[in-house]
Design a binder for this molecule. Structure first.
Ligand SMILES: [Cu+2]
Length: 391
């Protein structure tokens, strides 16, 4: 052992206690570890990616009295598709412009008044806050206030400002949202053409359009990548009763919202069980399912509201994925091609929830728009033995 090595060991032995535990899966600067006042902990790593913007990975949750377990291996926004009603343009903002690099705005202290800014090199890109979420529960006079960890960044794409936000609550639930603000991208004089849209004043028409948001979620419940399955749960009426019908997907598939069946989806683990012997999992809820887009034949990826595929490093974006290359392999173009009858049993799966917002412009969109939010919600389903915040 040479002198330098001895000195190095000595220094690291001296330094370790004050450094604390280093992040497991990333550099310390990309590590987020928060214990909320209710003693729930969340920890994860973040990345800045040119196309996805902020991407999160190795997401772990620890309830106040339970074990720390991985929920998601990776989570990212995988497309923002904006087709205009007059077919004048159909944007694919994530792949064609990218939410990272120059699109990602540098945040000021005022953008994050109650939190802390996280920087990518010297550019502050994430605002991290702990927020109150009012009553977590109430039973008579017994009540508990809830909290959540919230992360957001801002990406400027054309006239639009998009705010991807990731919220992790003290009860294990998560909400992934995107706010759309900025200014209207396309306004025409209404005597130019009978364009689909809405008169926003002074003979100006804001062209109506959709914002279709796609997330790519690689769940690895309990860190076991090959043990997750996706179940679709429907309720049908039989003899004045509602009867549950469960379908576990065994092959890659697309599925759509069905309000008449009260349809929902649960991702769960074949091996992880709570103390009541129930499979531990998460329910996936699409919060804005009042509007949906099934576009023309050139956009087959809009056909379904949720997809499940076998995990592939070549399948990263819901549409316009073909330009991406993985070790020389030409990747398939979009979700409709990713779903090609492959088995998803005993393999790592990816879930792609989507929501649509139909934006009909109004006078109030001038000169700048309010932030309108679209989101999905992930709620623990038998992940715990009981309400994790109960005494
Ligand atoms: Cu819009």
């Amino acid at each position: 052992m040479n002198a330098y090595k001895t000195l190095g060991l000595l220094l690291s032995a001296l330094a370790l206690p004050s450094l604390g535990v280093a992040a497991e899966f990333c550099d310390d600067v990309y590590s987020i570890k928060v214990t909320l006042p209710n003693q729930t902990s969340w920890d994860m790593c973040w990345e800045h990616r040119g196309l996805n913007g902020i991407s999160l990975h190795h997401i772990f949750y620890k309830p106040p009295k339970g074990k720390r377990l991985m929920v998601l291996y990776r989570a990212e926004l995988a497309q923002v598709h904006v087709p205009y009603d007059d077919n004048g343009i159909r944007y694919h903002d994530i792949t064609d412009y990218g939410f990272g690099r120059t699109s990602m705005l540098s945040l000021a202290t005022d953008d994050c008044p109650t939190g802390q800014l996280l920087s990518f090199f010297d550019k502050p890109v994430i605002c991290q806050t702990v927020q109150n979420r009012d009553e977590a529960y109430r039973l008579g006079s017994e009540t508990k206030q809830g909290q959540a960890l919230s992360l957001f960044s801002v990406s400027q794409i054309g006239s639009y400002g998009y705010i991807p936000r990731w919220t992790f609550a003290d009860d294990g639930s998560m909400e992934f949202s995107v706010g759309a603000t900025g200014a209207l991208q396309r306004i025409v004089a209404d005597d130019q053409a009978q364009r689909p849209g809405w008169n926003i004043g002074f003979d100006k028409v804001g062209i109506s359009h959709l914002h279709n948001f796609f997330w790519r979620l690689d769940f690895d419940l309990g860190g076991q990548g090959n043990q997750d399955y996706l179940e679709q749960v429907d309720f049908t009426t039989q003899d004045a009763k509602l009867v549950r019908q469960s379908t576990v997907f065994t092959k890659e598939a697309g599925s759509s919202v069905a309000p008449d069946l009260a349809r929902t989806w649960v991702v769960a683990s074949k091996t992880l069980k709570n103390n009541k012997k129930q499979p531990m999992g998460y329910e996936i809820q699409l919060n804005q399912s009042g509007q949906r887009d099934e576009g023309p034949a050139i956009e087959p990826f809009t056909k379904y509201d949720l997809y499940v595929t076998k995990e592939k490093s070549c399948e990263l974006y819901a549409s316009h994925n073909a330009g991406t290359l993985d070790e020389g392999e030409v990747c398939a173009d979009n979700l409709a091609e990713f779903v090609n009858d492959e088995s998803i049993e005993n393999t790592d799966i990816v879930i792609w929830p989507t929501v649509s917002f139909y934006h009909m412009p109004r006078a109030e969109d001038m000169p700048n728009m309010d932030a309108h939010w679209s989101s999905i919600r992930l709620t623990p389903m038998n992940w715990h033995n009981q309400n994790p915040l109960a005494r």
